[in-house]
Design a binder for this molecule. Structure first.
Ligand SMILES: [Zn+2]
Length: 393
């Protein structure tokens, strides 16, 4: 009888249920602290360099170097952690991240040459531990095929949202009101503390040598109520489809614009007032204004893993670029590709529309790393810099 009632109470709050698993609250809490830099480091870097040098272009470039470093290296680090165990990868990575961040702060405050800031900024991004994917791997190892895994991933998505609400505000106050380097420094301390606490928890560490730790979760489109919803449990257990394993080429990093002509953004990445509910909500992508029927281009080469109706996204295409990188194109009026198609960079994949949860013709565009949404503008800025004078981009 007691047991029955207990079970009933547990079912009453699924989050408490998963967190009551042995060790779960501890690793989830450590992961929360450890991945705070996700929403703090880029902005912190921008504010630090801009306030010290007064050059916003340079500040944006250094922040972009960090984002590209992270985009290229985080999936590799996650893969290494799957093979050799999280602790053996996270510890050296954390030391490297702390050293590179200290170098970035030092070179900014010491007015070092531009290359020194770009190199340390890029290195810090490259070494930033991808705790988001590792905490989900822990949940997968802990809960297996249980339907509770969905609840655990939803919980981590709430944590991601909270981080994207708190982090940018915190880093802005620290950098502008306290000290230019304070934002980056606090992000670094949070990352090192959380990551080392996370890595120290051996009891819940997934066994090393598993090739597909994220498999078993729902498909990439499941659980996504719409573009306003947090990152669903749609994690790719999909392997990279690259000519040579481990080789990352720039055509597989989404640096290109998805639309033609001048960029006209109607909504940016981050917290905004939801146009339907009129409450603050996380917006997980960029909205490009345009006309119905405008061609939509793939922003990098890859394989179509989703092409069809997907809840609030309306008609949506999702492309897997390998190495944990994926892009989503929502609200399309027409889809020109099908699941399994190999896509070239720049290829037209559909037409702009207003399907799903949309108030007018626009493209909802997302970039994701290991299933977690990241600001597409980081890639677009980096792409614009890399392209230089090339008119193709
Ligand atoms: Zn949108």
């Amino acid at each position: 009888m007691t047991q029955v009632r207990e079970q009933g109470q547990r079912q009453g709050n699924p989050y408490l249920n998963v967190l009551s698993r042995p060790g779960a609250l501890r690793f989830s809490a450590a992961a929360f602290v450890g991945r705070m830099p996700m929403s703090m480091f880029g902005l912190g870097t921008l504010l630090l360099i801009a306030s010290v040098t007064g050059r916003y272009g340079l500040a944006g470039f250094v922040a972009a170097a960090g984002s590209v470093g992270y985009a290229v290296c985080a999936p590799q680090a996650a893969r290494l952690a799957d093979r050799f165990g999280q602790r053996r990868v996270l510890r050296p990575l954390t030391v490297l991240f702390a050293a590179a961040t200290a170098g970035l702060i030092g070179s900014a405050l010491g007015r070092a040459p531009v290359w020194a800031m770009v190199v340390t900024g890029g290195l810090a991004g490259a070494a930033m531990p991808s705790i988001g994917s590792m905490v989900r791997a822990r949940w997968s190892a802990l809960l297996g095929d249980s339907p509770l895994l969905h609840t655990a991933f939803a919980l981590e998505s709430v944590a991601d949202e909270t981080i994207f609400v708190i982090g940018p505000a915190l880093v802005t106050v620290l950098a502008t009101e306290v000290y230019p380097a304070a934002g980056v420094a606090v992000a670094m301390v949070a990352c090192v503390t959380g990551t080392l606490l996370f890595a120290a928890q051996r009891g819940t560490e997934p066994p090393a040598g598993r090739a597909q730790p994220h498999a078993g979760a729902a498909g990439p489109l499941a659980g996504t109520a719409g573009p306003q919803a947090a990152a669903g449990p749609g994690r790719g257990g999909r392997g990279a489809r690259l000519p040579a394993p481990g080789l990352v080429t720039l055509v597989t990093v989404p640096l290109r614009k998805p639309v033609n002509g001048e960029i006209d953004l109607s909504s940016t990445f981050g917290v905004r007032v939801d146009p339907f509910l009129h409450v603050a909500a996380m917006h997980t992508g960029l909205d490009f204004r345009g006309d119905a029927g405008d061609p939509i281009h793939a922003t990098a080469a890859g394989t179509v893993v989703g092409a069809g109706w997907s809840g609030g996204y309306g008609r949506m295409v999702e492309i897997d670029h390998g190495n944990g990188l994926s892009t989503r194109y929502g609200h399309l009026s027409q889809i020109d590709v099908k699941v399994g198609d190999e896509i070239r960079i720049g290829q037209v994949i559909g037409r702009m529309g207003s399907t799903g949860r949309s108030t007018g013709p626009h493209l909802h565009y997302e970039t994701r790393i290991d299933g977690d949404p990241v600001d597409p503008q980081k890639f677009l800025h980096a792409g614009a810099r890399l392209a230089g004078a090339s008119s193709d981009w």
